[in-house]
Design a protein around this ligand. Structure first.
Ligand code: PLP
Length: 503
C-alpha cells in the first residue's frame, strides 16, 4: 500500500496506526494533513504497511556519518539518488512481505553499492588461467611501450590529423600505413575499430549487391555472434556457398562464378578444427582463379600473425604477409589477438581496393580512435625492431621457457603452506587462435580438501580477492598457471592466494 504524489507535493510523511494511514504534507509551516486511509483486516493480523514505519527517511540517512562521508567522496546528487532508489526497493520489498532492514544494514549496503557502482571499470585482474588471449579478460595485454604511447596520446593533444611539416591537414592512417606495408609487403592499409568491422567494411565496399563465394566449411560463426553469412547479408552481398563442410576444391569456386560474382572470400577457421578427410583451396590458387575472372580475393585471417608460430612447437598460424605474397586483394586481421596489440581491425592489400574502403561511408563509422592507434603503432614497431618476442606480452608468454615456469610454480608453492603441488599441465592460446594447440607448462595445483566450498569455493574467493585472481579447476583442484601472470603481478597474486586459502 503506497500512495505517490508527484509535482509539488513531493514530501509525504506517513503516520501509521494498525489500520489507519494518515498522510501529511509538509508545507513551509505548518504540516497539512492530506487524508486518512483506513482499511479493515479480516484475519486480524497486523496489516501489511506496518513495516513501512521502520523505513528511515531520506533526511535521516543523509545525516548518517558514513553516508555523509559518501557525499564528500562523490556528490550530494549522486548519493541522494542512491538513497532514494534503495528506499524505493525497500518499499517494494515490504509490499512483497519482507521486513524492513535496520538502519545499519541499509547504510552498510549503500556504502558497498556506492563502491561497486561508482568505481572505475574494468578492474585489473590477475589471469592465472593459462589462456593467453582470454576474451573475457580483455584479450592481449599491451607492452609497456604501447601503454606509454597510449597514455601519451590520451593526456594531451597530438598531431593525429595534422602534418607538422606543412601545417596542413594530415591523415591518421598515413604513419601506420607505411609501417604495415613494410612489415607485410602490402601496397596499402586501412586500420579500423576491430576485425569484425574490417570484414564488414571490406564486403560492403567491394561486393555490395553482388555474390560472394565462400567455402561451406568457412561460412561459420567465429564467436560472439560474428557469423560470416550474417556479416555478408549486412554488407549487402549475397552468399554463395560452395563445396562441402570438409572439402572444397578450386573447381568448386570456379564453377560458382557468375557475372554477378563480387568476390571470393576465404575465412580462417579461427576457433575450431576440421580434421581428417579435408581439403581446402590455398590462397595462391584462389588468386589465380580470381585473376582469370577479374574477381577480387579477400582473406579474413582472424588472428593474423606476423611471426611463425611453428618455432614454439605450435601449428602454423596463417601470417598476414603470406596472404599478401599469395596475391590476396584484401587481408583482414585483428589487432588484439596474436598480434598482441590493442583492439583494432587491420586491412592490408591492393591500393585501389583499400581506397575504395577508405572512401566508403562506413569507414567513418568504424574509424579507429587515437588511443588504440597509438598503441597499435607502437606494437607494430616492436615487430619492425625485431623485438616482438621480448617486448610483446603475448609472445613473451608463448615463448616462456619451461624451466622458468617450473621455477615460478615452485616459488609460489612455498607460500601456500603445504596446500600446493607443482604438476605438469597445458596452457592454451585462446581468443579464437590456434584451436586445439597447447603449450606445456607447470601448474601450482591447490588441494582444497577441508576448505569451505571445495574447489568452487576457492576459485570464487580468488575472484573476489584483492587483486581478483581468475583461475581454473582441473580434476577438482584449483590450478594456477604462471605463464599468464604478468611481471609485477606476483605480489598481488601471492597475497590473494593467501587470503583465499584462509577461507
Ligand atoms: C576474431 C575474428 C573476427 C573478429 O575480429 P574482432 O577483432 O574480434 O572484431 C573476424 N573473423 C575471424 C576469422 C576471427 O577469428
Amino acid at each position: 500500500m503506497a500512495i505517490w504524489l508527484r509535482g509539488t507535493l513531493s514530501i509525504v510523511y506517513p503516520e501509521l496506526n494498525d489500520n489507519i494511514l494518515a498522510y501529511f504534507y509538509k508545507t513551509r509551516n505548518p504540516w497539512v494533513m492530506l487524508g486518512v486511509l483506513e482499511w479493515s483486516n479480516p484475519k486480524g493480523k497486523m496489516p501489511m504497511p506496518t513495516g513501512y514505519r521502520n523505513i528511515p527517511s531520506v533526511e535521516k540517512l543523509l545525516s548518517n556519518k558514513r553516508i555523509c562521508r559518501l557525499v564528500d567522496e562523490y556528490s550530494h546528487e549522486a548519493v541522494v539518488h542512491l538513497v532514494r532508489s534503495r528506499l524505493e526497493e525497500v518499499r517494494h520489498g515490504i509490499a512483497d512481505g519482507d521486513t524492513s532492514p535496520s538502519l545499519d544494514n541499509l547504510v552498510e549496503d549503500m556504502v558497498k553499492r556506492a563502491a561497486s557502482l561508482w568505481s572505475p571499470w574494468p578492474r585489473h585482474v590477475v589471469n592465472a588461467t593459462g589462456v593467453i588471449l582470454h576474451t573475457n579478460l580483455g584479450r592481449a595485454p599491451l607492452s609497456h611501450e604501447a601503454t606509454e604511447a597510449l597514455l601519451n596520446a590520451a593526456e594531451g593533444y597530438s598531431n593525429l590529423e595534422l602534418d607538422l611539416h606543412d601545417g596542413v591537414r594530415g591523415s591518421r592512417q598515413a604513419h601506420i600505413e607505411s609501417i604495415l606495408c613494410q612489415l607485410t609487403g602490402a601496397e596499402a592499409s586501412l586500420v579500423v575499430n576491430n576485425n569484425a568491422s574490417a570484414v564488414l567494411l571490406g564486403l560492403a565496399a567491394i561486393a555490395s549487391k553482388k555474390e560472394v563465394i565462400v567455402s561451406r566449411g568457412e561460412a561459420v560463426e567465429i564467436g560472439g555472434g560474428f557469423r560470416i553469412p550474417d556479416v555478408l547479408r549486412e554488407s549487402g552481398a549475397t552468399l554463395t556457398e560452395v563445396g562441402t563442410t570438409n572439402r572444397t576444391y578450386l573447381a568448386d569456386y570456379e564453377g560458382a562464378i557468375t557475372h554477378d560474382t563480387g568476390a571470393l572470400l576465404k575465412v580462417h577457421s579461427s576457433n575450431f578444427l576440421i580434421t581428417g578427410f579435408t581439403h581446402d583451396a590455398v590462397m595462391a590458387e584462389l588468386v589465380e582463379v580470381g585473376a582469370r575472372h577479374q574477381i577480387p580475393v579477400l582473406h579474413d585471417l582472424g588472428s593474423g600473425c606476423l611471426v611463425e608460430t611453428t618455432q614454439f612447437g605450435l601449428a602454423h598460424e596463417p601470417m598476414a604477409q603470406e596472404s599478401i605474397t599469395a596475391g590476396a586483394d584484401l587481408v583482414f586481421f585483428s589487432g588484439d589477438k596474436l598480434l598482441g596489440g590493442p583492439q583494432a581491425g587491420i586491412i592490408i592489400g591492393k591500393k585501389e581496393k583499400i581506397s575504395m574502403l577508405a572512401r566508403h561511408p562506413l569507414a567513418r563509422a568504424m574509424r579507429i580512435d587515437k588511443l588504440n592507434l597509438a598503441a597499435l603503432t607502437t606494437t607494430l614497431l616492436h615487430y619492425l625492431r625485431a623485438e616482438a618476442l621480448d617486448r610483446i606480452p603475448v609472445w613473451r608468454m608463448v615463448s616462456m621457457p619451461i624451466e622458468e615456469l617450473e621455477a615460478t610454480a615452485h616459488l609460489w608453492q612455498k607460500d601456500v603452506d603445504g596446500r600446493g603441488q607443482v604438476v605438469p599441465g597445458l596452457s592454451t592460446i585462446g581468443g579464437g587462435s590456434l584451436p586445439g594447440e597447447t603449450l606445456s607448462t607447470w601448474l601450482l595445483a591447490l588441494t582444497t580438501g577441508g576448505l569451505l566450498g571445495g574447489a568452487q569455493g576457492l576459485v570464487s574467493r580468488l575472484r573476489k580477492a584483492e587483486p581478483p585472481v581468475v583461475a581454473r579447476i582441473e580434476e577438482d583442484r584449483v590450478v594456477i598457471d604462471p605463464r599468464t601472470v604478468l611481471p609485477g603481478e606476483e605480489d598481488g597474486l601471492r597475497s590473494s592466494l593467501k587470503s583465499a586459502l584462509e577461507g
